[in-house]
Ligand binder design. Structure first.
Ligand SMILES: [Zn+2]
Length: 226
């Protein structure tokens, strides 16, 4: 006798799990002692806009034009190989008064990379990116990587990740993330990447306008050297 089986019941549907929710919990922050997630300033409402994964033609320049329009300065965590390919855009970021940080040379995932290779890759990026700020791609790294890089860099994580890169997000939900999670001193992550283009281009100007309405001023991430 054949037993009818609903094959669907045997199918495990894997979802892409978000490794970090929009606002990383305290317990996660404890893994990176001395890492920067939020930089509040007493008596002021400040936020720190950051852009990861560029420089990329069109997209980074578009972001720079938006920031100019609102007279805002931000911090760009650049991928070394992208700077090698687009040095003129990297120069433009600096010429327009923004700050830059190191985001490794090949956008390596810390937990999937041997620590020596990870540190070497970051060092290679430093030949192109002059900064003592470092942000680990994907927001994770092994403890030895963290401890070694911490000697030379200020490790910048984040307080609000907009998830603009996600195909499951809409420009509206990206904006909502900013509105829901931003507080004094929040380090906010957007991406100047092709993946984020659809959401970021629509959400960024709206997010800036909302933050201005809330009375926030915008700062760049202070470096070790100031
Ligand atoms: Zn990244």
């Amino acid at each position: 006798m054949r037993i009818p089986i609903d094959s669907q019941s045997f199918v495990f549907r894997f979802r892409t799990y978000v490794m970090l929710i929009e606002q990383p919990p305290f317990i996660y922050r404890m893994f990176f002692p001395g890492g920067y997630w939020r930089i509040p300033v007493d008596g002021e409402k400040v936020v720190y806009l950051t852009f990861d994964d560029g420089p990329v033609p069109e997209i980074t320049t578009w972001v720079l034009d938006v920031l100019d329009k609102y007279k805002i300065k931000a911090t760009f965590f650049c991928v070394g190989d992208n700077v090698r390919k687009h040095p003129e855009i990297y120069k433009d970021i600096l010429d327009r008064g923004h700050k830059v940080g190191n985001h490794t040379y090949n956008h390596l995932q810390g937990v999937r990379s041997w620590s020596g290779r990870y540190v070497e890759n970051t060092k290679k990026a430093s030949e192109y990116i002059n900064s003592d700020l470092f942000r680990p791609p994907h927001g994770h790294m092994r403890i030895p990587q963290f401890l070694r890089l911490r000697k030379h860099y200020k490790i910048i994580l984040w307080d609000v990740v907009t998830r603009d890169y996600s195909k499951y997000m809409t420009p509206h939900s990206v904006l909502k993330n900013v509105q829901k999670y931003t507080r004094n001193g929040s380090v906010i992550v957007f991406h100047d990447s092709l993946k984020a283009e659809r959401n970021m281009k629509e959400a960024l100007p709206k997010a800036i306008e909302w933050l201005l309405e809330q009375g926030y001023s915008f700062r760049t991430i202070p470096s070790l050297r100031k």
